[in-house]
Design a binder for this molecule. Structure first.
Ligand code: NAP
Ligand code: 3JM
Length: 342
């Protein structure tokens, strides 16, 4: 019997996340029938290869979503705002990578290793939301510890790569870096301050409470994914001059005592997690070397918190474009197809 196939639209197909989605669909042999690649009128007509064939990019504004069963959206929140409901109304189930629908009670927010059951709720609005990159990797690492001991509080500081801001940000880091090395003045257009050889404690817009929206995404999304309104989260999100791969220093206070040794064992058995924790020079994961280009969430530096009886510290690294965005979306699509569409 031939396998059932699905016609898929990738919205934002020429972007960092969209291009990663296209390669992951191919790598994982997702049952794609026809693939439609959509972007703005600016790049309509350009060509992208999929399974050895050239696919022409089309203008999203002209596209008829009734031709597709699944839409993978990553062209920004304002694009999703307009086109995701249109696509859903035309019968295309949308997996949205933007923040636009994540906090809507009728829209599931899913990390497949953590809350795959929530996908059932896609039937209400025809849209499934993909969490923010920083939330996803933290959730994959914390879920086994949460299940074993409960978590009362999370203190997290992120070290986020520029690829999370899009194509223009990678260009800015590279051109500023060569300007600094050549002793020239730098120009900042994407970020408000120089990112080359620097660290910016600011991602997304400032909120009234002094946190940034990226920080509040981690708060809102963690509570929704774990279905736990009591969990307390205190994030600081920081942009660093890394091209790809996010790192996080995560400090948790569990409800029941969990030792570092017990935590390491749980993490070694957890789906999607790879532990690199040698307590020697280089015996830990790093973003550019382990994270970038990989599918796993890497955990290292697992240790008891010397300042808190039920405290644990972890270092968590992942590819923000893969597990943090495109891979997580394709994994959601795989469950959708297996459990709901075939
Ligand atoms: P990017 O590299 O700048 O690419 C943006 C993409 O959106 C391009 O394909 C662009 O097409 C398309 N686009 C922009 N405006 C459009 C419009 N009006 N109509 C149709 N297409 C339009 O950005 P990226 O890094 O891929 O990120 C894209 C979005 O994905 C982000 O804005 C964010 O909402 C989401 N994202 C989510 C995560 C996550 O944590 N889950 C991580 C990164 C990004 P053109 O080539 O025509 O300009
Ligand atoms: C990651 O349209 C926009 O302003 C997109 C901004 C953005 C987002 C977002 O809020 O959707 C850039 C990078 C994200 C995200 O995943 O939250």
């Amino acid at each position: 019997m031939s396998e059932k196939v699905f016609d898929v639209a990738v919205v934002g197909a020429t972007g960092n996340v969209g291009r990663t989605m296209i390669s992951i669909l191919e790598e994982r042999n997702f049952p794609v029938g026809r693939l439609y690649l959509l972007a703005s009128a600016r790049s309509a007509g350009s060509v992208v290869k999929f399974r050895g064939e050239e696919v022409v990019v089309e203008d999203l504004a002209e596209f008829d979503f009734s031709k597709t069963q699944i839409g993978l959206f990553s062209a920004g929140a304002s694009v999703s705002d307009v086109y995701a409901p249109k696509a859903a109304a035309a019968g295309c189930i949308v997996i949205d990578n933007t923040s636009r629908f994540r906090y809507d009670d009728d829209i599931p927010l899913v990390v497949p290793e953590v809350n795959p059951h929530a996908i059932a709720n896609h039937k209400v609005k025809g849209i499934i939301a993909n969490p923010n990159c920083s939330t996803i990797q933290m959730m994959v690492a914390l879920k086994p510890l949460y299940d074993a001991a409960g978590i009362d509080r999370i203190n997290v500081c992120t070290y986020q790569a520029v690829s999370g801001t899009g194509k223009a940000a990678i260009d800015e880091l590279i051109s500023q870096s060569s300007d600094v090395v050549a002793g020239k003045n730098t120009r900042s257009e994407v970020y408000p301050r120089q990112i080359a050889f620097n660290v910016l404690p600011h991602i997304d817009v400032f909120q009234d409470n002094g946190y940034t929206k990226e920080e509040m995404k981690m708060v809102w999304e963690t509570k929704k994914i774990l279905e736990d309104d009591d969990i307390r989260i205190n994030p600081t999100t920081v942009r660093v001059p890394v091209v790809n791969g996010h790192s996080e220093a995560v400090h948790i206070e569990t409800r029941k005592k969990l030792t570092a040794q017990q935590a390491r064992k749980l993490l070694e058995e957890a789906p999607g997690v790879v532990v690199i924790d040698e307590r020697c020079d280089g015996g830990y994961p790093t973003a550019a070397i382990d994270g970038a280009g990989s599918d796993a969430v890497y955990v290292g530096r697992v240790r008891d918190d010397i300042s808190h009886e039920r405290g644990l510290n972890l270092w968590v690294v992942a590819d923000n474009l893969r597990k943090g965005a495109a891979l997580n979306s394709v994994q959601i699509a795989e469950i959708l197809v297996k459990d709901y569409l075939t």
